[in-house]
Write a protein that binds this ligand. Structure first.
Ligand code: UDX
Ligand code: ADP
Length: 474
């Protein structure tokens, strides 16, 4: 144990404001790993809280159900009484959403901080003395300072509220594992005595299940900026490999071979080199745009342009995928049925925020296609995303039904179960020529081509009996 750390920390009552994809799983794991703490999660959304209390949790995450069931009612609680819970808390995690601003100054780039600010004001009004506020939502650099200024404004006289930055690095679909065995836990604070004391109190909470060496303590701004930078770097790798996938299609190189070859260089590493239809999810685009906004606001225009191009390539990749479909299907998809396999932004989640499928489906609908969408977990969200424009969409749980009568299959999420499908049976029920546009390089083109499909992967040569399009000259 680190010298001076107090395992008997006074932190007993932990509160989390925001019961979403970050707040819910992270507090469930915290409660599970810290039986001596009482953990309460609150949200303004009463329906969400009801769902967290019920049999069907509001989000799907492998392994989460089990953890919530064994902690709920013991030391994990859900509530809508935000002021009442703030009053009781020693430590408050802020896990509210910070979407890209859709209006006004900074629209399309800056993060919308209204929920964070409302939360800070609520804390200011109700918190008791010596509360530690932990900013977990991804926020622009220097947000902690803004929160602190609100919390230290006149009304807090006599209260000692410390604000820490503790960004969450969990990825959806693997949230439980990421939380139980994090690569690192980052805690930022002011370099003052009280700041460091609060930082230590939070480190003690994590030390109940995370090795001390994995807990990184920094100043607040480094912590905030590290989160944006980590996401920007990860997204940059995907855009880099996707940009090369376009070149592979022209030259006859194979993106999987290229990824493997470069990934064996230890300096590059193998992860996050899968080419596809582009990255989605609530974080990458939002965080890069927030970084871009930050750079521009400091006059760092070249830096801003550099990072913005990562989002530019992602958009290009999605556009390119749709163009490819239309070109291959004889320049028209009007009135053609297209089966969409996978709508979630990645497998093992029902989340569709910024999913490439949203853009791709909208574009195909504009072109007059009829879509049958299937996804093991994301059909409800797909319905919401396409609300108002889905007259020509059917939502199917069953993949075989979705594929029946279709001219093409699009693989947009690499759900493992799609690899086990009976493609012979699917082929029989489809219009001919039957196309597969594999946006995730999930399926074996040789096997499908043998059945009779015409297969168009990403960054690899297409395969099929059908005359191939010579893309080298286009
Ligand atoms: C990401 C970060 O990984 C996580 O650390 C952070 O806390 C939140 O943002 P998440 O968005 O949940 O997590 O999923 P991630 O696994 O990073 O995937 C994001 C997107 O990139 C998905 O659409 C995925 O399909 C895509 N991706 C990922 C690729 O296209 N290729 C790859 O090689 C890896
Ligand atoms: P994330 O992926 O960052 O967890 P979510 O949108 O899944 O984002 O979750 C954020 C949650 O924060 C939502 O459930 C939302 O209702 C909640 N929230 C937003 N503002 C407040 C607030 N002022 N008080 C309590 N909860 C809030």
């Amino acid at each position: 144990m680190r010298k001076g750390s107090r395992k008997d920390s006074q932190v007993k009552n932990i509160l989390c404001i925001g019961a979403g994809y970050v707040g819910g799983p992270s507090m469930a794991v915290l409660a599970d790993r810290s039986p001596d703490k009482k953990v309460t999660v609150v949200d303004v959304h009463a329906g969400k809280i009801r769902a967290w209390k019920g049999a069907n949790l509001p989000i799907f995450e492998p392994g989460l159900d089990k953890i919530v069931k064994r902690t709920r009612g013991k030391n994990l609680f859900f509530s809508t009484d935000i002021p009442g819970e703030i009053k009781k808390a020693d430590m408050i995690f802020v896990c509210v959403n910070t979407p890209t601003k859709a209006f006004g100054h900074g629209a399309g780039y800056a993060s919308d901080m209204q929920y964070v600010e409302k939360t800070a004001r609520m804390i200011l009004q109700h918190a008791r003395s010596e509360t530690i506020v932990v900013e977990k939502s991804t926020v622009p650099v220097r947000t902690a300072q803004a929160i602190e200024r609100i919390l230290r404004s006149g009304a807090t006289e006599g209260k000692q509220i410390e604000v820490l930055s503790n960004p969450e690095f969990l990825a959806e679909g693997t949230a439980v594992r990421d939380l139980e065995e994090p690569d690192r836990v980052l805690i930022g604070s002011r370099e003052t005595r009280s700041g460091k004391k609060a930082r230590r109190a939070l480190a003690d909470v994590y030390e109940q299940w995370v090795d001390r060496e994995r807990i990184v303590e920094t100043n607040t701004w480094s912590s905030e900026l590290s989160k944006l930078t980590a996401n920007a770097f990860l997204a940059q790798r995907i855009s880099s490999i996707n940009s090369i996938s376009a070149l592979c299609e022209k030259t006859g190189a194979n993106i999987e071979e290229v990824s493997r070859a470069i990934g064996m260089d230890e300096r590059i590493g193998q992860k996050f080199l899968r080419a596809g239809v582009g990255f989605g999810g609530s974080c990458f685009q939002k965080d890069i745009l927030s970084l871009v906004y930050l750079c521009r606001s400091y006059g760092l225009n070249e830096v801003a342009d550099y990072w913005e191009s990562v989002v530019g390539i992602n958009e290009y990749q999605k556009r390119r995928f749709v163009q490819n479909i239309i070109e291959h299907m004889f320049h028209t998809v009007t009135d053609k049925r297209i089966a969409v396999l996978g709508f979630a932004f990645k497998p093992d989640t029902g989340d569709t925020r910024e999913a490439p499928a949203v853009y791709i489906c909208k574009r195909l609908l504009e072109e007059g296609a009829r879509l049958s969408i299937t996804d093991p977990k994301a059909l409800e969200n797909a319905r919401t995303d396409l609300e108002g424009i889905d007259q020509d969409v059917t939502y199917e749980r069953n993949v075989y039904k979705a594929a029946k009568g279709a001219h093409a299959l699009l693989v947009l999420t690499e759900w493992k179960e799609y690899q086990a499908l009976d493609f012979q049976r699917i082929f029989k029920g489809m219009e001919k020529p039957a196309f597969v546009f594999d946006g995730r390089n999930l399926l074996d083109p040789a096997v499908l081509a043998k059945i009779g499909f015409h297969v168009v992967p990403v960054g690899k040569q297409e395969k099929g009996t059908f005359p191939l399009i010579d893309r080298s000259e286009s």
